[in-house]
Design a binder for this molecule. Structure first.
Ligand code: ZN
Length: 122
């Protein structure tokens, strides 16, 4: 089991994603992972990747004392927008997202991940 898995609290909310975060499937607000769909709905394999993506965010948030994660997340998003990127591209090019998307398929990634490794994706 990856480090941090034991203290991840996973919730499911249809309302949040159907009404507010319409194009997203999950969000991490330390120490919670909130997903649109249940494991039964997305299938076990896809679900594990989804959880891994969000767990990488949990690690990023914890090592930046949560608040600085959100400050930097917003900073990178705005920077990408000012550089002329459309919303989806600006979001995907946030270093925290780049790390999570690139490594979500590696279920052992968090076992060997270095402190502040997101910086390699900046
Ligand atoms: Zn993400």
């Amino acid at each position: 089991m990856p480090k941090g898995a034991a203290n991840a609290m996973i919730l499911t909310s249809k309302i949040l994603f159907n009404k507010v975060l319409k194009t997203y499937t999950g969000i991490t607000l330390w120490p919670f992972i909130v997903l649109k769909d249940t494991e039964r709905e997305v299938g076990q394999g896809r679900y594990q990747v989804l959880i891994n993506h969000e767990r990488i965010h949990l690690r990023q948030q914890a090592e930046m004392l949560v608040v600085f994660f959100y400050v930097m997340y917003a900073f990178y998003y705005m920077r990408n927008r000012f550089r002329g990127q459309p919303h989806w591209s600006a979001y995907r090019n946030i270093p925290f997202e780049r790390e999570s998307y690139e490594k979500e398929g590696d279920l052992n990634y968090l076992k060997n991940r270095k402190f502040w490794q997101w910086r390699e994706f900046a």
